[in-house]
Structure formats: C-alpha cells, structure tokens
Design a protein around this ligand. Structure first.
Ligand code: KMB
Length: 372
C-alpha cells in the first residue's frame, strides 16, 4: 500500500478531525499545512530549517520542474528527494493549473494542453499521460491528477466542460500511473455549481483514489462562496481518505477549512508575503517594512517562540528588508512558515482535547484580518 490514512479523533461539534497519513517517506499528522517549494526549494529556506520549523511534507511542481531543470535530470539525480536533499514526504501538483496561470496557453483540447514556456517561449505539450510520467520520474510520494481548473467567474458550460475533461483525464492518469510507491490523488472540480461538484465527486470517487483534492477554489471567488462550496463538497468525499484543499492557506481559511473537514492545505502566502515584508502574527498582519517599526525593538510576534522571534527585532528585520538584504527575506519567511505550521499543531491539539471550536473562535477574535 503506497499510502494509508487513519482518522485518529473526530470533533464532536464540527467536521474537524485529526488523522495520520502514512507515506513511503514518513508519517504526516493532519490537519497539515504544506509549504510550497515550486522549483524544488521552499524559497529562502534550507531543508534543515524546514525540519527545524516543523514542516512535515512539502509541495513541488511538475510544470516548473519539467521546464527547468527537466524531469530527466532529476530522475538521473535519484529523484526529487535526493536532488533537493529532503528526506520527508513530497506532493507534486500535476502542472495543469500552472499552465493556465503561468504559460501563455496556445491550445487546450481533450488530448491535453499546448503552451509556450514562461521561461523561454518554447512550445510544449502536456497531457494526462505526460504529467503522470513526469511525476513518476520525480518520485514524489503523492502525485496529482492532471485536471482543468476553470477561472472565476466562469459560465456553467465552461465549468461543465472542465468537469468532463477532469474526469476523463483522471481515468487516463490512473491508466498511465505505474509507481507502486507513489499515491495518485484525484482532484474534484465543478466551480461554484453544486450539481457539477456532485457530478465531479461522483465520477472521481468511482475511480477509488487513495486521496482527493478539492480544486477550483481560491481562484478569486468571495471567501463565503468558497466556504459554501466546501460545506456541500467535503461530505461527498470518503471520510476514510485524506481531503486536500488546493491553494488555501490564510489563517482564517485554514481554521474554516479544518472545521469543514479538510485535512491538507497549501499556500504560497507565507513565503510570497514575506518577500513584501509582511509577517503573520497572532494579532494579525504586520507590514514590518513600514516606518512605524523603525524603532520597534519587539519581535515580529511577541507571542511567538520561533528562532526569529527569540533573536531579532522588528527594527532590525525592517532595516534588512529596506536594504534588500537577503537575510530579511529569510527571517520573515522562516517566521511566517513557523506561524502557520505552529497554528496547525495547535489545531491538532485542540481537536484531540475537544476544544477546537473554542480555540478557533478565540484565535479569530485576536487575529484581525486588517494590518496591525
Ligand atoms: N488556487 C487554487 C488552486 C491551486 C492549485 C495549485 S496547488 C499546488 C501549488 C504548487 C505546488 C503543489 C500544489 C491547483 N492545482 C490544481 N492541479 N488544480 C486546481 O484546481 C488548483 C487550484
């Protein structure tokens, strides 16, 4: 069995649950936040720092690694774990989403997608079979099906077409998948249309994947609409299998997603906003680049016990960011990842000890969406 999942504890008053995901490269406690390492690195972090922060599993990207350095090089290097010196679980996305969001798409049809590389403009073709072969070559523990994620807003017909393709492509991925030590997850599409979500979930669960992702959300729709779709989509997925909500990871969305029964999350937010000098803290977002922190000798988050908050001040980190010093980006990224990974650990404890709903309410009362 390439992957196994067990539910350890269910929450009484919500769909939240604590689980354990067994993969060839180790065990993952869920709910889990997965740092994104698109080009075989979580930007500005070394694998040792990721371990120190408590990262259990990281994400990487078929689209990017296929274009550069190429799947062959990574395969020759012994696979993605060896290549990037990360000896814990890795999940790779299938590349479809990145083609739509990054490349200048030349054509999409039932066969696959033809696109021009965002790096050098060269022409390429990705199909369910090719995306599956690339992920087998990379050797990730969890590979994702090649899907079509429609934009938001999109017409019912557009979303219906994407559901049909996503289901047909899922069968082709399953057919092409040949690695016993790698799990292939299905991805449910359907936009914000309930009947299409139901159809997509029915067609994918009929294929009996070891895990399921909910795609096509956090693509620009209002958060309350995303939550509404989650409310009726999560129950359509088998309770005994892991549920992964793709591309979602602000603190409020993590809490809401856990409450609705989601086990796995990823988001570029913590690393991306760090590059803009924004720190996630228990009282909300701190834009540490702002002049107001020039003489602030407090840590990024006075309630955080991470290496950065124990040793550096806002004033120093602001100075580094203003001076475009690499250490500024590293320290802000380290803290942001620690903050989200620590939040997930607190959530797991709260579910285990039966106070998750109270924890969620108290956290949200303090974590103001606005900048502090
Ligand atoms: N914005 C949400 C989102 C994000 C990702 C990317 S998640 C990711 C990013 C980098 C590395 C690994 C996974 C998606 N990927 C796929 N395949 N389908 C989606 O509908 C989708 C929706």
């Amino acid at each position: 069995m390439t992957i196994a999942f067990e539910v350890i504890k269910e929450c009484k008053d919500t769909r939240a649950r604590v689980g354990r995901l067994y993969t060839p490269h180790g065990v993952v406690d869920t709910p889990v936040f997965m740092p994104v390492g698109t080009q075989a690195t979580v930007k500005a972090m070394s694998p040792e720092e990721l371990e120190e922060i408590g990262a259990q599993i990281i994400l990487s990207n078929t689209y990017h690694l296929y274009l550069r350095p190429g799947a062959e090089i990574i395969k020759e290097a012994g696979g993605l774990h060896r290549f990037m010196h990360w000896n814990h679980p890795i999940l790779t996305d299938s590349g479809g989403f990145q083609v739509f969001s990054l490349a200048d798409l030349r054509q999409i049809n039932d066969e696959g997608v033809t696109f021009r590389s965002h790096i050098d403009g060269s022409s390429h073709f990705l199909s369910p079979e090719k995306a599956t072969e690339i992920q087998m070559a990379l050797g990730s523990d969890i590979a994702m099906c090649f899907d079509e994620c429609p934009p938001y807003p999109a017409s019912y017909e557009q979303v219906e077409k994407a559901v049909k393709r996503t289901s047909s492509w899922a069968e082709r991925c399953l057919e092409a998948h040949r690695r016993e030590d790698q799990a292939l997850f299905g991805i449910v599409q359907g936009g914000v249309f309930r009947d299409l979500r139901e159809r997509s979930a029915a067609e994918l669960t009929a294929l009996d994947f070891p895990g399921y992702a909910i795609g096509g959300l956090s693509v620009g729709e209002p958060k309350r609409l995303m939550y509404e779709v989650l409310d009726y989509t999560v129950p359509l997925l088998p309770a005994s299998k892991p549920r992964y909500l793709m591309g979602v990871g602000t603190p409020d969305a993590l809490l809401e997603g856990v409450k609705k029964g989601v086990d796995m999350f990823d988001c570029v937010l913590p690393t991306r906003v760090a590059r803009n000098g924004l720190a996630l803290t228990s009282s909300g977002k701190v834009v540490v680049r702002n002049a107001r922190y020039a003489r602030d000798y407090e840590p990024l988050d006075p309630e955080c016990d991470c290496y950065v908050c124990r040793n550096y001040t806002r004033a120093y980190i602001r100075h580094l960011l203003k001076a475009n010093e690499i250490l500024g980006l590293r320290l802000t990224t380290y803290h942001n990842l620690y903050f989200l990974i620590r939040l997930m650990a607190k959530i797991r404890t709260a579910v285990m000890e039966g106070y998750f709903l109270k924890f969620a309410e108290e956290f949200m009362a303090k974590y103001l969406e606005k900048e502090v």
